[in-house]
Design a protein. Structure first.
Length: 425
């Protein structure tokens, strides 16, 4: 009996062992980080916070509530052969909740902004928002991460930093920090060449143009054996602002999640009862009609297909449509009998509503005008820039940090460059 008690005690202490195990060092190595990063004070602090039983329970509950989303992300990451740490990007970005707050806001599990969606060829209009397509958005994010993994010397940690703050910001930070460190170690080598490098960096910082020239400078530095040292960047970041502090913290959180996962703390999360199957949905067929035909919950089907905004595919759409794999056979049998929404009915409905709208137009217009005059809660959209924080934004608009975070449904202090912050005055 005593032996069993001792064994259980040993296993518990091993599971929640302090940071610095061989497994932790392996995580750092796989991500491309130096082993010395294990002693970073903020990393240790985050580890101590996240490894508490209450936090572990909180994170496990997030994964349990969004088991389908988490399951899809895990499968796609494995298919794309990405590092396991990538799985925790949606944990930080969205808590694995697939939603959007507005047309110009980040959306989906990966919180992709509209400009990035366009770059990744994800459709985003009034009918379809593929940032909410569980599989397509994950594949797009995977493509983004792998692209920068290759660009940044096959170092996953740099790819993750680029996901958070952008490619240009990261290559600028790498290049600037490399030059600064080299000149500190070689104070007599402040040659014209290095001054020209610094001018190019200053030009980029001012105009945000010429990313390719930064890669050129970085390549030349590598040829001169001027290696980039991430530890130097982290130690000097507050003073020199190579990267937003929130971005450096973002990476440390990802690293800690990966270390905890390596301890098996998220292995036994209950899997979703569904596996998604992509099928061809005839244009104009409503999601509710499909749900009824396959005897499946309409609300659950809508959750699987949040990217379809109008509850039916538009005529020009080639969007994905998902059903539970277990319903594939009955879907194939019944889809031919499901009729699309009738254009005739739509026309009749439109005529009826048009007549009603005409009768009430004047009163509606008056209400709108009166509303505009009396509405004190005018919404402003503020785009987050370098150096911004909730505290600094709240100060500018003379409001409390608590209200600003509440209005934007934010629990943490983490904001990223390019985020849209809603200001209610």
């Amino acid at each position: 009996m005593n032996k069993i008690i001792i064994l259980i005690f040993f296993l518990i202490n091993t599971l929640w062992a302090n940071i610095g195990t061989n497994g932790d060092l392996k995580v750092l190595k796989e991500l491309g980080l130096d082993p010395s990063f294990i002693s970073d004070s903020e990393l240790v602090s985050i580890y101590n916070e996240y490894s508490s039983k209450s936090k572990i329970s909180y994170f496990r509950n997030i994964l349990k509530k969004s088991s389908l989303n988490a399951q899809i992300v895990r499968a796609e990451i494995e298919n794309e052969n990405l590092h396991d740490a990538v799985f925790f990007i949606p944990m930080i970005e969205s808590s694995f909740v697939n939603q959007t707050r507005g047309k110009n806001s980040p959306a989906g599990l990966w919180q992709i902004i509209p400009d990035t969606a366009k770059h990744l060829k994800l459709r985003n209009d009034e009918f379809i928002d593929e940032r909410l397509d569980l599989i397509k958005s994950t594949d797009a994010a995977s493509l983004y991460l792998r692209r920068y993994y290759k660009k940044f010397d096959k170092k996953w940690y740099l790819s993750i930093l680029a996901y958070n703050s952008g490619e240009g910001r990261v290559i600028e930070a790498i290049t600037r920090a490399s030059i600064d460190r080299y000149l500190e170690l070689n104070p007599n080598r402040n040659s014209g060449l290095f001054r020209s490098y610094q001018r190019s960096l200053d030009d980029y910082q001012r105009t945000k143009r010429g990313v390719s020239s930064l890669y050129g400078i970085y390549g030349e530095l590598q040829g001169m054996e001027v290696p980039f040292n991430f530890e130097y960047l982290v130690q000097n970041n507050k003073q020199k602002q190579y990267l937003p502090e929130s971005t450096v913290t973002y990476l440390k959180r990802i690293v800690v999640f990966s270390m905890l996962s390596n301890r098996g703390l998220f292995d036994d999360i209950k899997k979703s009862p569904y596996k998604l199957e992509k099928v061809k949905l005839p244009k104009g067929v409503s999601l509710k009609s499909v749900a009824s035909a396959i005897s499946f919950s309409s609300s659950e089907l809508e959750k699987m297909n949040k990217h379809i905004r109008k509850q039916a595919l538009p005529k020009d759409s080639k969007a994905n449509f998902y059903i539970p794999k277990s319903k594939l056979e009955i879907y194939n049998k019944k889809i031919a009998s499901i009729k699309p929404i009738s254009e005739k009915k739509e026309t009749q409905a439109k005529k009826g509503t048009d007549k009603k709208e005409t009768q009430t137009k004047k009163s509606v217009d008056k209400k709108v005008v009166d509303s505009k005059k009396s509405d004190k809660k005018k919404v402003l959209i503020y785009k987050v820039k370098k150096g911004d924080s909730f505290e600094s934004i709240a100060k500018v608009y003379n409001m409390s940090v608590k209200k600003l975070k509440s209005d934007n449904k934010k629990k943490s202090n983490l904001i990223n460059i390019g985020d849209s912050i809603e200001i209610y005055k």
